[in-house]
Design a protein around this ligand. Structure first.
Ligand code: A2P
Length: 316
């Protein structure tokens, strides 16, 4: 299954994509994982300048074309992202050109602003010094994103980690509205308010960490260890990961899911020929909500980024 985006001219976005933000990056591991994913049927890949996985992803796609697994690069939907230190009007186009060079591609299907955070120009690293933070220039950066689209280098443009407050500011100045907002979203952090807001404005929502992430901070994984999801999984004869991904799909949200394991990659695509019951959906809607990934380092008091939109807690 695929989703037609409401702005831009990208091909429809496959409803499950493979994430490539795995640290540390080992070029061959990422390349092999992407090749395995292509073999089991993935046609949607997500990367970012920050992740340093653009090159192995591009190498894998080129290799897949050489091996005849894909007819051409046009068969895959590829997303990349503009990093915080590149969020300056004059740096947007050069940053996308660098991304395309890394990918060895002529266009990306989707180019996203990675965070509503602007840092002084500098390394592709997490912002860790307050003095490097600058006010976010919604209009200037979005004009440059629109130029990338106009030039055909980004078939669609969008954002990531934007709250409703950020989207208000962006939509007020956008000529080409953002096609996508990619945010942390899973049964433990359902983002209902944000989803309603995006649905009303034609912004498609994509989910990062749809399975609860990679045990950030050693606190375990609240999605994969959820007793509610485990009970549903057992009743349906599915895995907890599949229940989570199926629930996200039924919400009309695209999952960007990470795995370097071919069996788990395959399993994560097997969510389209069965469904949750109404009772399952009610149980999932009652899971206590908690933001799992806390990027404290980005929580700059004067910046545009706020950790949790209080409205997100009112999900019932
Ligand atoms: P692995 O590469 O060992 O499969 P995210 O929620 O950010 O996408 O993180 C997914 C994490 O869960 C990854 O660390 C991945 O590790 C693991 N994972 C992916 N698919 C499954 C699955 N089907 N069952 C259990 N764990 C999974």
């Amino acid at each position: 299954p695929e989703v037609a985006l409401k702005s831009g001219n990208a091909r429809p976005m496959p409803a499950v994509g493979m994430g490539t933000a795995v640290f540390p990056v080992v070029h061959e591991d990422t390349k092999n994982a992407v090749l395995a994913a292509i073999e089991v049927g993935y046609r949607h890949f997500d990367t970012a300048a920050l992740y340093r996985t653009e090159e192995p992803l591009g190498d894998a796609v080129a290799e897949a074309v050489r091996r005849g697994l894909l007819r051409s690069r046009d068969e895959v939907f590829v997303t990349s992202k503009l990093w915080c230190s590149q969020c300056h009007p004059e740096l947007v186009l050069p940053s996308l050109r660098e991304t395309l060079q890394n990918l060895k591609m002529e266009y990306v299907d989707l180019y996203l602003i990675h965070w509503p955070v602007r840092m002084k120009p500098g390394p592709l690293a997490f912002p860790n010094k307050k003095e490097n933070a600058l006010p976010f220039d919604f209009e200037g950066v979005w004009r440059a994103m629109e130029e990338c689209h106009r030039l055909g280098l980004a078939r669609a443009i969008g954002v990531s980690n934007f709250t409703t407050r950020h989207l208000d500011k962006l939509l007020a100045v956008a000529t080409v509205p953002p096609a996508v907002n990619q945010v942390e979203l899973n049964p433990v952090w359902q983002q209902r308010t944000l989803r309603d807001y995006c649905a009303a404005r034609g912004v498609h929502v994509a989910a990062w960490s749809p399975l609860g992430g990679q045990n950030w901070g050693g606190k375990g994984n609240a999605v994969l260890e959820s007793p509610v999801l485990a009970e549903i999984a057992q009743a349906r004869g599915k895995t907890v990961a599949q229940v989570s991904l199926r629930w996200i799909y039924e919400q009309g949200v695209t999952s960007i899911v990470k795995s370097h394991n071919k069996e788990r990659l395959r399993q994560n695509l097997e969510i389209f020929d069965w469904e949750l019951t109404e009772e399952d959906r009610v149980k999932i809607s009652q899971i206590p909500q908690k933001k799992l990934v806390q990027f404290e380092i980005l929580f700059l008091p004067d910046g545009e980024f706020t950790s949790v939109d209080p409205a997100e807690m009112n999900i019932q």
